[in-house]
Design a protein around this ligand. Structure first.
Ligand SMILES: Cc1cc2nc3c(=O)[nH]c(=O)nc-3n(C[C@H](O)[C@H](O)[C@H](O)COP(=O)(O)OP(=O)(O)OC[C@H]3O[C@@H](n4cnc5c(N)ncnc54)[C@H](O)[C@@H]3O)c2cc1C
Length: 406
């Protein structure tokens, strides 16, 4: 069969590889001058290629439509991927939280291995070729129009990604193809993205990273998120790993979420109060800010004192017990209110995309157009950080490619 794969990201490369291994004549179309531009920048250039979690833990990290992913994951899971990459000459290592990286810390090693596998399997790679339309006749896919040329195929995989980081080539073309051919496309939303806050004080701390803090989030129904990790203040609000993963949980409605940052998660309120008392006693003749200098970075201490209604110039002797209790409370639950999320173009992944209701979960084939398959972020599936999103692309790509002609 003549198979066209549209999009040379992780999902497209994997689809092309599996289809070619089954003897099909495969062409992979990529609009950029090279494959995997987004893959190259993943994990800050280190590529968190998957997560070594067991099955249950893995699925607990899939935020949108986890059940749809079951078949694809069973077909080609994290272990299968790791084995494949190691066999292709890329040693891997597993870090904290099960995050898997190339041992070299270079995403280019993953990219090069995938490219080699694709080319060695006989796939024709057409770079600098943007597919403009996907054609169907009598309910079956019939070809594509690429750079004004009409080309005929028996099957096609749409693996064009979402709409995040559009400079990497993912601009949502797949949504248009899918919609034109009668599929429902869920509106794209930002997932894994920085959040803006109603308060402006984070701007005064822009660039400050806090390691080992607990971020909790509360909505009407109570606490919906509480994790220990790293948080970054920005000129518009908050970012960093904790915030990105929270953003996935509140993607549908970020505004109005109440945040609490526990700046001293290792200490109970009583332990923290005792520590503060000790610091104050040692600096009994100084100002509160000076006495507490070891507690927090100076800029943050200023904000914490402000939020506790304690004047920076207050002397230790003037600090009342009630003031101290308020300070402990602020340190354990520094409050912020989310006003919104940054745009989807800034998000690590796009929530939304081709509705999984229009796709057969056992094959990735469209329920509307025969011979048309979907793989990767173009589908309405996404996960939290930790290598899960790439695994979605690898798994759905492998299943789509392997299902063609069967
Ligand atoms: C900064 C950043 C860091 C990330 N880090 C990680 C990480 O460490 N671990 C993790 O698991 N996930 C990470 N992700 C998410 C992950 O990169 C994506 O989920 C994944 O790349 C999706 O793969 P895909 O193949 O579906 O789509 P993409 O990688 O978006 O690939 C789609 C490809 O299709 C091409 N294309 C689009 N339209 C057309 C067209 N009309 N014709 C031809 N070609 C077309 C595009 O140019 C692109 O190359 C990160 C994302 C970002 C933005």
């Amino acid at each position: 069969m003549i198979v066209f794969v549209i999009g040379g990201g992780p999902a497209g490369m994997m689809s092309a590889l599996f289809a070619a291994q089954n003897g099909h004549e495969v062409t992979l179309f990529e609009r950029n001058e090279k494959l995997g531009k987004k893959l190259y920048i993943t994990g800050k250039g280190r590529c968190n290629v998957t997560n070594a979690a067991d099955r249950d833990t893995f699925f607990a990290h899939i935020l949108q439509n986890p059940r749809f992913l079951y078949s694809a994951y069973s077909h080609f899971d994290n272990q299968a991927l790791m084995e494949r990459l190691e066999r292709a000459g890329v040693p891997l290592k597993t870090e904290r939280g099960g995050r898997v990286f190339p041992a070299s810390d270079k995403s280019s090693d993953i990219l090069r291995a995938m490219e080699r596998l694709v080319r060695d399997s006989g796939v024709t790679v057409r770079l600098n070729t943007r597919v403009d339309r996907v054609l169907a006749e009598n309910g079956a896919v019939s070809g594509v129009v690429a750079d004004g040329e009409t080309l005929v195929c028996d099957a096609a995989v749409i693996a064009t990604g979402g709409v995040s980081y559009p400079q990497t080539g993912s601009t949502g073309d797949g949504y248009t193809f899918a919609e034109t051919l009668g599929h429902k496309v869920e509106p794209p939303l930002a997932s894994l993205v920085a959040l803006t806050t109603e308060e402006t004080w984070p701007g005064e701390l822009a660039g400050l990273t806090l390691k080992n803090v607990t971020l909790s989030a509360k909505r009407e129904k109570g606490i919906i998120y509480s994790e220990l990790g790293e948080l970054l203040f920005t000129h518009f609000g908050v970012s960093g790993p904790l915030v990105l993963s929270l953003s996935g949980v509140i993607a549908a409605q970020p505004a109005g979420t109440h945040l609490m940052i526990d700046l001293k998660p290792a200490l109970t309120r009583e332990q923290l109060d005792a520590r503060i008392l000790r610091d104050l006693q040692q600096g009994a003749r100084s100002q509160v800010k000076t006495a507490l200098h070891a507690l927090l970075p100076a800029r943050l201490l200023t904000i914490v004192l402000e939020q506790s209604d304690i004047s920076e110039s207050l002397s230790v002797g003037e600090l009342t017990k009630a003031m101290r209790q308020k300070l402990v409370e602020t340190l354990k639950a520094l409050p912020l209110t989310v006003s919104g999320a940054r745009g989807v173009e800034e998000a690590v992944v796009t929530r939304g995309g081709v509705s999984v209701k229009d796709v057969n979960a056992s094959t990735m084939e469209s329920k509307r157009v025969k011979g048309l398959y979907f793989a990767g972020e173009v589908l309405d599936i996404d996960a939290t950080t930790g290598g899960y999103n790439l695994q979605i692309a690898w798994s759905t790509g492998a299943l789509a490619g392997d299902s063609i002609g069967k």
